[in-house]
Design a protein around this ligand. Structure first.
Ligand code: GAP
Length: 436
């Protein structure tokens, strides 16, 4: 299973999905950069989530709040005090640091050394705002994006003339000084969250909690995640986040075990009442504090989920053409909404200028509509393999019939079946397939 993660990490780097950050300097603190295909796929995930929230549901509007906020926000939210700290232990021998709850035994998992007593370690990342160092304000990079939503609760309510219940959706960066980041992009110190906060009457909170739990599970299923690899776990009072009255974690079965990918929380009136208290502004709706049901997922963590779920190795190879046949071929079965490249255009052979010219014309025609690649290097079988490995949905080939009839072959990634389509119909045909 470890081996499987290694293969996925290696594919991600080799094919331009994810690179280690600051690599030429030896990397930096579990930070990662999304490459040309990675950024397309991550944008597709964010687009799908955004459409799900603001398009497929009633009464949800968007927001894009600043990362930097008044430091008082984090006093009020409880992140500087209450629960936003992990227990850190250090090995007395090799000085490696660990999150206590991640260790299976009371010994260092790296060298077996004795551990120090646990210390509380706050995860907020400090920063300074202002040009004069001694007058600069100390604040924090946001540890969750939703605080910007609570601060704008009245602005959004009034400017959009909304009534409760309604939701605010936001996507953006968050930062946590994690003690033990790891498992590739599963736990990092800089990540993106996709959060939706649903404001409702306290009496309706349980009903909406159940509703959002189901909706969120369905999103993963709709995007091709198998039911048997997903589960919901109700989190006990002792384990819950400091703001949560109720918490359900959606977990995915990764090669390294079952782990949380999304949290659905009933935050009660924790946030609005505390911000009212600390700011002196009345954040009540009519005469009560609305309860907040939150759905919160990492864009990076769901990226890893979709990548792991899509990764397939086909033993013995799929193509039967001799030059392309390999022991194992990789097929990335990404959902059509998420695949970073929708179509690739290939001339059947490179040394026929007419076929190359036609293929380039087709590529130029499709490019404004779909993410598209052009590839003429290597045998046709090999080029199909290269596209399967990055999850390209359809591979279009110009061949000798193209010159006679102005048609091309369209090959389906998963079935490898091919159909002939008139060049003049291609945009319409691909567009239709994308919506099927
Ligand atoms: N506003 C609620 C909140 O932030 P959370 O359970 O702490 O709740 C929600 O985080 C989601 O954000 C997680 O389920 C995960 O997908 C993502 N996330 C949290 N910490 C992360 C980290 N260090 N690296 C990557 N993703 C992270």
């Amino acid at each position: 299973m470890e081996n499987l993660m290694e293969k996925i990490v290696s594919l991600a780097k080799r094919r331009g999905f994810i690179f280690p950050s600051s690599e030429i300097y030896g990397g930096f603190g579990s930070c990662y950069d999304f490459g040309p295909l990675g950024v397309e796929m991550k944008n597709n995930i964010k687009k799908s989530w955004w459409k799900e929230m603001t398009g497929n549901h009633e009464n949800i509007v968007g927001l894009d709040a600043a990362i930097l906020m008044s430091p008082q926000v984090w006093q009020a939210s409880g992140h500087l005090t209450a629960g936003f700290a992990d227990e850190l232990v250090e090995c007395k021998k090799c000085h490696h640091r660990f999150r206590k709850d991640f260790l299976k035994e009371n010994k260092c998992s790296d060298c077996g050394g004795e551990l120090t007593e646990p210390k509380k370690f706050n995860l907020m990342m400090k920063t300074f705002v202002g040009s004069l160092e001694d007058e600069a304000v100390t604040t924090y990079l946001r540890a969750e994006t939703c605080q910007g939503i609570y601060l704008n609760f009245l602005n959004v309510l009034n400017s959009m003339r909304l009534k409760i219940p309604f939701g605010i959706a936001q996507i953006g960066k968050a930062f946590r000084n994690e003690i033990t980041p790891g498992n590739f992009i599963y736990r990092t110190r800089e990540f993106e969250q996709m959060e939706m906060q649903w404001f409702c009457h306290p009496k309706e909170a349980d009903k909406f909690f159940d509703y959002w739990k189901k909706e969120r599970m369905q999103w993963y299923l709709n995007l091709g995640i198998k039911k048997e690899n997903l589960r919901m776990v109700e989190v006990s009072a002792k384990e819950r986040a400091h703001y949560a009255k109720r918490q359900v974690d959606i977990e995915y079965r990764f090669p390294f075990g079952w782990h949380e990918i999304e949290g659905v929380h009933n935050r009660g009136d924790w946030d609005l009442s505390n911000h009212s208290k600390y700011s002196g502004k009345n954040l009540k709706y009519e005469d009560y504090y609305p309860y907040i049901i939150e759905t919160s997922v990492g864009a990076d963590r769901s990226f890893l989920t979709f990548l792991v779920a899509a990764f397939h190795e086909v033993k013995g190879g799929r193509t039967k053409t001799t030059e392309a046949k390999k022991e194992v071929e990789v097929l990335l079965k990404l959902h059509r909404e998420l695949a970073p490249v929708k179509v690739a255009v290939l001339p059947l052979i490179k040394n026929k200028p007419e076929l190359v010219k036609k293929a380039k014309e087709v590529y130029q025609m499709l490019k404004p509509y779909f993410t598209c690649q052009y590839d003429e290097l290597g045998s046709i079988g090999r080029r199909y393999r290269r596209q399967d490995e990055i999850g390209t949905l359809w591979t279009i080939t110009t061949d000798f019939d193209t010159l006679k009839y102005d048609t091309v072959t369209v090959r389906n990634r998963d079935t490898m079946s091919q159909e002939r389509v008139k060049i003049s119909d291609l945009v319409k045909v691909i567009d239709k397939k994308l919506r099927e």
